[in-house]
Design a protein around this ligand. Structure first.
Ligand code: 1GP
Length: 259
């Protein structure tokens, strides 16, 4: 089949509109589920729980390329249990599944490797079109967080120094001028320190009104989540805390929704 014939149906920006509409009233919380970490049915049960607690979307992905079969089965199981939007968060083109609603079509802008800057995207673009997935254009930026995280190591990253928000701003401006709608400041899963508030504030100040700032990595309590929202985050992502302390996750979501 010729490439231009793939996915001819026009993809509606449903998830983008959903995020935009929800953000008008409150900041958002996304739950990251790594398909390698639990069985599909457990992931589905978690998705159902977090939706009840007010989480706005499920991101599915991880730093290690999950086996396709786990990825697909996890997404299908989540879909059976809940109607919460499922956004792929792929670490390579093999993290793209036809069963999701949309995909963070992301470039790891502070990677030193062309693989994460553009090569995986070139391979993935054909899948996104063929599967009819809604792409959400995102700049992914990894911030120093105390020690080497899997994301920084696997992505061959030059992490943004914590004390230099101006470096982050330069990347944010580049992403804005390239037309990206989401900026993800990432400390890395299980990070020792989350993204600094000053960096969040500086990034947000330099973004357009129709752009969204995502912050994640190492957010383990409600006070920290609230601080990040106050500093300017539109969307907070948590992953690890769901496995460790679901009561705290509930508190985190509540704190984010206070605005
Ligand atoms: C990783 O930012 C996310 O991409 C989530 O991090 O697991 O530390 O919550 P945590």
């Amino acid at each position: 089949m010729k490439l231009f014939r793939l996915g001819r149906k026009k993809v509606k920006p449903r998830v983008f509109r959903y995020i935009k509409k929800k953000r008008k009233s409150k900041p958002l919380h996304f739950t990251l589920i790594d398909p390698d970490k639990q069985k599909p049915q457990e992931a589905a049960a978690l998705a159902l729980k977090v939706k009840e607690w007010g989480s706005d979307a499920i991101m599915v992905g991880g730093s290690h390329a999950a086996q396709m079969v786990f990825l697909n089965d996890t997404i299908k199981a989540i879909k059976e249990k809940t109607d919460i939007p499922i956004i792929l968060f792929p670490s390579s083109h093999s993290g793209i599944s036809p069963y999701a609603d949309s995909v963070f079509f992301m470039s790891l802008l502070n990677s030193r490797s062309p693989q994460y800057l553009i090569e995986e995207q070139v391979k993935g673009s054909v899948l996104v079109k063929g599967y009819g997935l809604e792409p959400l254009p995102m700049a992914y930026l990894i911030v120093e967080s105390g020690s080497m995280t899997s994301a920084a190591w696997s992505g061959d990253v030059k992490p943004l120094p914590r004390e230099k928000p101006e470096f982050a701003v330069a990347y944010v401006l580049a992403a804005k001028y390239l037309g990206m709608k989401f900026i993800y400041l990432e400390a890395g899963s299980g990070a020792e320190h989350p993204v600094p508030n000053e960096m969040i504030a500086a990034a947000k100040k330099n973004m357009d009104k129709d752009m969204f700032l995502i912050v994640g990595g190492g957010i383990r309590d409600d006070k920290t989540a609230r601080e990040k929202v106050k500093a300017g985050a539109d969307i907070i992502v948590t992953g690890t805390i769901a496995e460790k302390n679901s009561d705290m996750l509930r508190k985190i979501i509540k704190a984010i929704k206070k605005g």
